[in-house]
Design a protein around this ligand. Structure first.
Ligand SMILES: [Cu+2]
Length: 434
């Protein structure tokens, strides 16, 4: 319990009334547990105004619904991915959203839960057309606020999707295979006191999903007293010591791979053995099924994936998504920030990584929900930390600093979903030029 925590803006009574979805429900598509033909793609569980659909380079289409939550803001539902060669959309995520932005200051004087403890969700910002270049700004109905032009959907170039110059493996045709990739971007801006957080989701034509939170706005003007060695002078000479602090961002991901919530979780670790004699180092990779709830710690050469139990690609490999964390500074100061990823068994009251407003739920933070339960419907929680030691450049406004992670498709399709037609026969059969 954080009884003595100072809070910036408390809108708790109002928040409690309006905590959950305004529209639609998170559809937990109960699919068969064993591999079976996929059900045909259901009609989107939302009306047109709440649908996002974008076809990108190579014929990849992303589809999803969205709704708005007055705590965590933007929620994406029923996210599906349909590469060009797939006859039906492949369900990936049942829902995805922020689960907390925890901001402890280095001197221990202030500690905020920006998602649940400020007016984050209510303070959705109107976007100017220029903030959504080439895209569409959707109207968000925010309770007690009214309509906010607050949700941008657009596309953005991401550079090379691939490149393969003619060589023996391509049959010496003298051909250059190369393509430029595009991403669908979906984002909102929420104000939490002086900070503004950009919550950005990126869906790439190659099947990758990325979420980043960008912090901008202004440093807290009440925290310019870091003269105890816990701040950085940002005024002339030794003045205006902006207090250092962390931004620990949590996401909550409810997977629905191939339309089923019954995913499996796996951890992979690789161990390198130093060379013996004149040999080379060797590396051994082991797979550990994560069958029970887990508080996971990142390590070099360690990664996790969520594996479908309901669908396989055309090579007969189960579809999965792999977690690819961005740069993180794990904050050891609270029990819930001590781990990089959590897998918990779905429970309705477990909604926010800390300061969980739906009640105690056997503990008010995600670490308390790791209780040894068998995972049948895993919920994934991702924690990415950033230790913010202010610099002169942070005023004014503060340049956006980003933190986030990706979900990379692993065996979702049998080949690169963007493979050009005349390389499509190279699945496991590379040309050797002979
Ligand atoms: Cu900061």
């Amino acid at each position: 319990m954080h009884v003595n925590r100072l809070r910036r803006v408390r809108a708790r009574a109002a928040v409690a009334l309006a905590s959950f979805a305004l529209l639609g429900t998170a559809v937990s598509a109960a699919g068969p547990a064993t591999a079976a033909p996929r059900a045909p793609a259901a009609a989107p569980a939302c009306s047109t105004a709440y649908q996002i659909e974008q076809t990108l380079d190579g014929g990849t289409t992303w589809r999803m619904c969205w709704h708005y939550n007055t705590l965590s803001g933007l929620v994406l539902d029923d996210v599906s991915y349909q590469p060009r060669e797939e006859p039906e959309p492949i369900a990936v995520l049942t829902s995805a959203r922020l689960a907390q932005v925890h901001v402890p200051y280095d001197d221990g004087e202030n500690e905020y839960d920006d998602v649940t403890g400020t007016d984050f969700g209510y303070a959705l910002q109107n976007l100017k057309p220029g903030e959504c270049p080439g895209g569409t700004i959707k109207t968000v109905k925010v309770p007690d606020r009214g309509d906010v032009q607050g949700l941008c959907t657009t596309t953005r170039a991401r550079g090379h999707a691939y490149r393969l110059n003619n060589d023996e493996s391509t049959g010496g045709t003298g051909k250059l295979y190369t393509a430029q990739g595009k991403d669908l971007l979906v984002y909102t801006v929420n104000k939490a006191s002086w900070y503004e957080y950009i919550t950005e989701w990126r869906f790439s034509s190659d099947g990758t999903i990325t979420s980043n939170v960008g912090a901008t706005g202004s440093l807290s003007p009440y925290d310019y007293n870091g003269t105890d060695g816990k701040g950085w002078p940002i005024g002339k000479g030794a003045r205006a010591y902006a207090e250092s602090h962390s931004h620990n961002v949590f996401w909550r991901l409810n997977f629905g791979l191939d339309g089923s919530s019954r995913s499996k979780v796996e951890q992979y670790d690789s161990k390198v053995t130093a060379p013996r004699g004149s040999g080379s180092p060797t590396t051994k990779t082991t797979r550990t099924p994560v069958t029970r709830e887990l508080a996971g710690d990142a390590k070099d050469m360690r990664w996790w994936r969520v594996v479908s139990t309901a669908g396989k690609n055309k090579d007969g490999h189960p579809r999965s998504y792999e977690f690819v964390p961005g740069r993180t500074a794990k904050f050891p100061g609270r029990s819930f920030t001590q781990h990089d990823v959590y897998f918990t068994e779905y429970k309705k009251c477990e909604q926010y990584a800390s300061d969980n407003p739906a009640g105690h739920c056997g503990g008010a933070s995600v670490d308390k929900w790791v209780g040894g339960q068998t995972l049948t419907h895993p919920i994934a929680w991702v924690n990415i930390g950033f230790h913010h030691i202010a610099r002169d450049e942070d005023q004014q406004p503060m340049p956006v600093h980003w933190q986030g992670f990706s979900l990379a498709p692993r065996d979702v399709t049998a080949m690169n979903p963007l493979t050009p037609a005349d390389l499509a026969d190279q699945n496991g059969v590379p040309r050797n030029g002979s």
